[in-house]
Ligand binder design. Structure first.
Ligand SMILES: Cc1cc2nc3c(=O)[nH]c(=O)nc-3n(C[C@H](O)[C@H](O)[C@H](O)COP(=O)(O)OP(=O)(O)OC[C@H]3O[C@@H](n4cnc5c(N)ncnc54)[C@H](O)[C@@H]3O)c2cc1C
Length: 423
């Protein structure tokens, strides 16, 4: 079977860049090790090509060649014809396919140009060229403004601390990581950022970004009229699935992305979708979801290819998993590394004082453990989390609340797992 892959995210966007087109890489590095200051050993390609993050082989250009996969760089697919089973690329190439796997991922959501979203000094991060451009701004920045209190915002703000820059984060919610963190958990992290000099402006929306006399961004005006000075702005306001030119294959209007079944088959025979762009049945929680995380990108790819190459009919049964690692540069006074597995629904029990550990347990009305979060665990402790979230054991909430430490709480959770198994 011949494999062909079209890639475009790694292509340089700026005419000044001498960036070479490169094969796919692990994007999480772009807001973590890639943003370390130059004297703190920043990550650079080819160090983090796919799939090093999961301990797999490093898929360099040679790897693709050796494995018989032709990669077309800087030549995205611009048209799709399901009847003739052909794709057209921007250079005019016509590609005939037998089976097609759509893995076009997401693109960063942008602020409109009319409110300054394209001013020099305003950054979005999706690819290496974006990260290079940000690194170049950070090198001469005085005041950094991060828009958005989610993953990208928090990781970039932590990176800016490594550069000792005056950093402010602005977001509309009342705490960081609003889709995952409880207010109490968020406060622990916010305090840490504040100890590192980061300022927070909560409950605020951007009205416009303004340019100084040199044409670069110089400030942000908030909806309440207040002004925040900044020579470097990083916008982390989410991402949108890249469905074009494949809309005709079937888009899920609720969660966005291309709708697939539990084997990643779209409604068109022979066409599959995986990764960030796939709207798939999240079997455990009986809902259609899109998951924008590497773990799902890898697992969905495996599952889809197995479906394609074998007669497997096993439904994809994904357990949601999120993680982040920040403040990991040399000389940082405190590293942060957390993992979350499961669903953040129900009541919560928080254990620990963030010194350095803290754990949060989400428990539903039937006393089932639905989700679990752990900061600064050992590898053994982290490995318990997926078992808990997958098994959803009945847990004694009052025992958890009385736990003297995170270790005790995890032991209580572990024993609930054992008692569930012995019933
Ligand atoms: C800065 C950043 C930090 C992140 N941090 C984390 C993290 O800490 N943990 C985590 O789990 N996840 C993280 N993620 C998310 C993670 O990187 C994504 O979930 C993952 O990359 C999804 O893989 P994918 O293959 O579905 O899509 P992508 O990695 O986006 O790849 C899509 C590919 O398709 C190409 N493409 C798009 N349209 C076309 C077209 N028309 N023709 C040809 N090719 C096309 C793109 O150019 C790209 O090469 C982060 C993402 C970013 C951007």
């Amino acid at each position: 079977m011949a494999w062909l892959m079209a890639a475009s995210a790694s292509s340089p966007r700026s005419s000044s860049a001498s960036v070479q087109p490169v094969p796919p890489y692990e994007r999480p590095a772009l807001t973590k090790g890639y943003l370390f200051p130059p004297d703190k050993k920043p990550a650079r390609l080819p160090g983090f090509h796919t799939c090093v993050g999961s301990g797999g082989q490093r898929q360099t250009a040679e790897w693709y060649k050796e494995n018989g996969i032709e990669v077309l760089y800087e030549d995205p697919v611009v048209a799709f014809d399901g009847k003739t089973q052909t794709l057209k690329t921007s250079s005019g190439k016509i590609l005939k396919y037998g089976s097609l796997i759509i893995s076009t991922g997401c693109e960063a959501s942008r602020l409109p140009e009319k409110i300054g979203g394209k001013l020099p000094g305003v950054h979005y991060i999706r690819d290496v060229a974006d990260a290079d451009s940000l690194v170049s701004s950070l090198g001469s920045a005085k005041k950094v403004l991060v828009i958005g209190g989610g993953y990208i915002g928090m990781e970039v703000a932590a990176a800016a601390c490594g550069w000792n820059l005056d950093t402010t984060i602005v977001f509309p919610e009342d705490h960081i990581m609003p889709r995952l963190f409880t207010p109490s958990l968020a406060k622990k992290y916010e305090d840490l950022y504040q100890q590192n000099g980061v300022k927070f402006i909560k409950g605020a929306l951007i009205d416009k970004l303004e340019a100084g006399s040199d044409g670069r961004v110089s400030s942000a005006v908030l909806k309440d009229g207040s002004v925040v000075e900044a020579d470097t702005v990083v916008v982390g306001i989410g991402a949108k699935p890249v469905v074009g030119p494949f809309e005709a294959v079937g888009v899920n209007r609720e969660v966005g992305g291309i709708e697939v079944d539990s084997l990643f088959r779209t409604s068109v025979p022979g066409i599959f979708a995986i990764g960030d762009v796939a709207a798939f049945p999240l079997k455990m929680y009986n809902r259609i979801a899109r998951v924008e995380h590497v773990d799902h990108a890898r697992k969905s790819a495996h599952h889809c290819v197995e479906t394609l190459l074998t007669s497997q009919t096993k439904a994809y049964d994904y357990l949601p998993y999120f993680y982040s690692r920040v403040f990991e540069y040399e000389g940082s006074s405190r590293k942060v590394w957390w993992q979350f597995y499961g669903d953040n629904v129900g009541e919560t029990v928080e254990v620990g004082n963030f010194d350095p550990k803290i754990a949060t347990f989400w428990i539903d009305s039937d006393s089932r453990l639905k989700g679990v979060f752990l900061e600064s665990g050992t590898s053994e402790e982290f490995s318990l989390l997926p078992q808990l979230a997958k098994s959803q054991p009945i847990i004694d909430k009052s025992k958890l609340q009385a736990a003297a430490s995170v270790e005790d709480a995890l032991e209580i959770a572990r024993s609930s797992l054992q008692s569930a198994a012995s019933v």
